[in-house]
Design a protein around this ligand. Structure first.
Ligand SMILES: [Zn+2]
Length: 306
């Protein structure tokens, strides 16, 4: 199993006291190094403008790639999303990790890869950075798979507790990309209705407050995994957020690390059957350091069990 990360991802500072803090990524990489061997650690490259502009407007890409700070410590993009001087590189490394991981699995260098990166990406829309997200790394990776590798069926599975509104909106009219999400509802950003189906390529499973293992697994077994199976993906991408864990301070689901291990094993098994195992997972949210440690290890154990 290959892990893409970069020191610049630790340098991105979204502001004092912000829940999306560097310690999150530190917790994930330390837990993985301690618990899982062997892992092949690779420095994430920078995403190119060309890759970013497949899913974002030139205006947003310019705002991030060429951000000017003029001596300010922070440039604010919305109420809870900001950039420090190290953020442009962090955002480009986070997205570049996904692109490089897609290239690696498509070339058959590895079967599965995990991108241990921040800032997260799935809320960033075509034209707007929002919800702690600057560039939508998983969307950039999916578009790269379609345009650079010529794939016609790329699935993006999103089990972060928040709906990936950016990813859904970017691909809602793109039948070559399937987007599937389970998420707490109601919760930020308020999207992800069951009735939102794109061009038949979007499947949303909103979960009620305090949903635990049984409700979560039922949604995946009954609805999301069958839809993914029917799509027959050539490549599986995963938005891996661990903020559905019961310890998470920003949401109200009651999941455990074992739920993430279970789903990860199901996804790896499905990838093995449909796409020679090709799977790229990307860290999204998760704001309890304890939960991040446990869940990232459980996720990689599940992915490597198949
Ligand atoms: Zn989240």
């Amino acid at each position: 199993m290959r892990v893409y990360t970069h020191p610049s991802c630790l340098a991105h500072q979204p502001g004092p006291g912000h829940p999306e803090c560097p310690a999150r990524l530190q917790a994930v990489t330390e837990a993985l190094r301690a618990a899982i061997q062997p892992l092949e650690w690779i420095e994430a490259p920078l995403a190119t403008r060309e890759a970013a502009e497949r899913v974002h407007t030139k205006a947003l890409v310019d705002a991030i790639f060429d951000a000017r700070f003029d001596g300010e410590a922070l440039v604010r993009l919305d109420a809870d999303t900001a950039m420090s001087p190290d953020s442009p590189e962090a955002a480009r490394r986070a997205a570049g990790a996904v692109v490089a991981a897609v290239d690696a699995v498509m070339a058959g260098e590895v079967t599965r890869a995990f991108c241990a990166v921040r800032p997260p990406g799935h809320h960033a829309t075509r034209e707007t950075a929002m919800g702690f997200c600057l560039l939508n790394g998983i969307a950039i990776g999916a578009a790269h798979a379609v345009h650079a590798h010529g794939l016609s069926r790329v699935a993006v599975v999103d089990f972060d507790v928040h709906h990936g509104n950016g990813t859904e909106a970017i691909f809602a009219a793109e039948p070559r990309v399937q987007y599937l999400s389970s998420h707490q509802h109601p919760l930020y950003p308020g999207t992800g209705m069951e009735s939102d189906t794109g061009v038949g390529n979007v499947v949303n499973a909103p979960l009620p407050l305090r949903a635990g293992s049984a409700v979560f697994r039922d949604a995946w077994r009954a609805k999301l995994l069958p839809a993914l199976e029917a799509f027959r993906p050539q490549l599986l991408l995963v938005s891996a957020g661990f903020d559905g864990h019961h310890l998470d301070p920003l949401a109200d689901l009651e999941l455990t690390a074992e739920d993430y291990r279970w789903l990860s094993a199901e996804l790896a098994d499905l990838a093995a059957r449909h796409c020679r195992g090709r799977l790229v997972s990307v860290l999204e949210g998760g704001y309890s350091l304890t939960a991040l440690r446990e869940c990232s290890v459980a996720h990689l154990r599940g992915l490597t069990a198949a």
